[in-house]
Ligand binder design. Structure first.
Ligand SMILES: [Zn+2]
Length: 407
């Protein structure tokens, strides 16, 4: 009896070792078992194929961010198009992320289901194993050693099943039990493989999710950058436009002022009567002595032979100077040579000049009549004594005043 007990222990040990190698040994035992069928094995095989396919499509599905970015870079010149394409890419990546999240969730559910099936199969295997031990012990005690011999002589599990089919002593009951055990073992192996595949698919999905999220983040940052650039570009343009508009306004104002001045000039030019050929009024009433006449003579102060371009009328300081003819004062000013002087435009290119004055009574722009008191005799500028230098210019050059004066 002691010897028998040791033998059972040895058998159990062999079986444990044998099945440990085949499918792994489970210590826990629970009383509820589902049956393992050919269909459940085929389902497990389909599950493995599906997981592999999922993983492959995940790999192919990956967004080519670099390509996308390059493509977008090319469109950067058209910022509106760039932004709208960026938005479209973001939408597509967001959809992809959502799909990935849902595929991760369903993969996790599949893994849980497979895990449950695996545990179930292991419980079935454990029960089948315990039953087999009991059966071998029972057969051995009955004197039938074929089951024990079968186990002992088999190198592998498949070898044992193969032998069981051909050894005549193995009953159809034991064959069936062995087949069931083999199926369970196969299911366990497949479940573990499916679990591995599903874990790998889950890992791939998670990796892709984080890569897509990184892509999205990068695109969002890019968009933010572009929007900032566009906005700053717009505000720069607005500043430039405002400056440009101010410049245009200034120019317009200047042109308007010039046009207004021009219009006034044109009007005054049109209204200005041309010199009508009338004789001049004597410019220094009561003083007819000519101290220096028009023409070449020795200059009194420079002591050189020089052209005297007007007539000098000797008169006391303060004597009246009259406009020789009607016209418009174009200059009432001072120079170091002319002293205080007046220049009157009479139209038709004819001007009169009055120099060395002590006082001026008109200013630039004044319209004067013939005989109007316009200044007082003096000795300002290059002058040796009080007198009126009276000059006449016609078409840009001096002419003899006597052409216009009653001599
Ligand atoms: Zn003179």
């Amino acid at each position: 009896m002691r010897q028998k007990k040791r033998l059972y222990q040895a058998i159990a040990c062999i079986l444990i070792c044998f099945f440990c190698i085949q499918a792994g040994f489970q210590r826990e035992s629970l009383p509820v078992y589902a049956s393992v069928t050919k269909e459940s094995i085929r389902a497990k095989e389909r599950q493995i194929t599906a997981a592999k396919k999922d993983r492959e499509s995940l790999k192919n599905n990956k967004t080519d961010l670099e390509k996308l970015k390059k493509q977008l870079e090319g469109q950067k010149s058209d910022l509106n198009a760039y932004i709208s394409n960026l938005d479209a890419s973001l939408t597509s990546i967001q959809k992809k992320i959502k799909d990935l999240e849902s595929s991760i969730a369903s993969k996790q559910a599949e893994i849980e289901e497979t895990q449950k099936q695996l545990e179930e199969a292991k419980k079935i295997q454990k029960k089948q194993y315990e039953d087999m031990k009991v059966r071998i012990r029972f057969m051995y005690e009955k004197g039938d050693t074929y089951l024990l011999e079968l186990v002992m002589s088999s190198q592998t599990f498949g070898d044992m099943l193969n032998k069981a089919e051909y050894v005549s002593q193995v009953s159809s009951y034991d064959q069936k039990k062995l087949q069931e055990y083999a199926q369970t073992t196969q299911l366990i192996a497949l479940s573990e493989k499916a679990l591995k595949e599903e874990h790998e698919t889950l890992e791939a999905a998670k990796n892709q999710l984080s890569s897509e999220q990184a892509s999205m983040q990068s695109l969002m940052q890019d968009k933010q950058k572009q929007l900032t650039a566009v906005n700053s570009d717009i505000s720069n343009k607005e500043v430039a436009i405002a400056e440009y508009e101010a410049q245009i306004k200034e120019e317009n104002d200047t042109i308007a002022a010039l046009e207004k001045a021009l219009a006034a000039d044109k009007a005054s030019l049109a209204s200005r009567p041309k010199y009508d050929g009338g004789m001049f009024t004597w410019p220094c009433p009561g003083y007819t002595r000519i101290s220096d006449n028009f023409g070449m003579r020795m200059h009194p102060t420079l002591k050189i032979n020089k052209m005297h371009n007007g007539i000098d009328l000797a008169a006391p300081v303060g004597s009246s100077i009259l406009a020789a003819y009607k016209g418009r004062v174009v200059a009432a000013s001072y120079s170091s040579t002319m002293g205080n002087y007046i220049m009157i435009d009479h139209g038709g290119g004819l001007y009169t000049l009055y120099m060395h004055c002590s006082a001026l009574y008109v200013s630039q722009g004044t319209e004067v009549k013939a005989g109007q008191n316009i200044a007082a005799v003096g000795s300002t500028g290059r002058s040796t004594g009080p007198h009126l230098h009276f000059g006449v210019r016609l078409n840009g050059g001096y002419v003899s005043p006597w052409n216009y004066l009653k001599g």
